[in-house]
Design a protein. Structure first.
Length: 119
């Protein structure tokens, strides 16, 4: 069974750091683009960052310079290093990935991991 599993969330004080991981498992031929999204209470899900299979990255303006997205293709794993965290970064963080499982490519989502930043 193909799945994405996030880990690394938790409670941290403002100014602190967390590192999220997203591991893909199952009968995957390859992984195209991957990304992190977040959803705060009462708000819509929003893009945080994306990374292509060649390493090209894209960040939301609110996290640029503080968050770093990366991936390890050999491990089918993506990371989000979050530094200088702010209370407004509090949200459930979700990863997604476009997985090639022949004969098609489909987008999968993880179950989410809670990040809470206290002031």
């Amino acid at each position: 069974q193909v799945q994405l599993v996030e880990s690394g969330g938790g409670l941290v004080q403002a100014g602190g750091s967390l590192r999220l991981s997203c591991a893909a498992s199952g009968s995957i031929f390859s992984i195209n683009a991957m990304g992190w999204y977040r959803q705060a209470p009462g708000k819509q899900r929003e893009l945080v960052a994306t990374i292509g299979n060649s390493g090209t990255t894209n960040y939301a303006g609110s996290v640029k310079g503080r968050f770093t997205i990366s991936r390890d293709n050999a491990k089918n794993t993506m990371y989000l290093q979050m530094d200088s965290l702010k209370p407004e970064d509090t949200a459930v963080y979700y990863c997604n990935a476009d997985l090639q499982i022949p004969p098609r490519t489909s987008r999968y989502w993880g179950q989410g991991t809670q990040v809470t930043v206290s002031s």
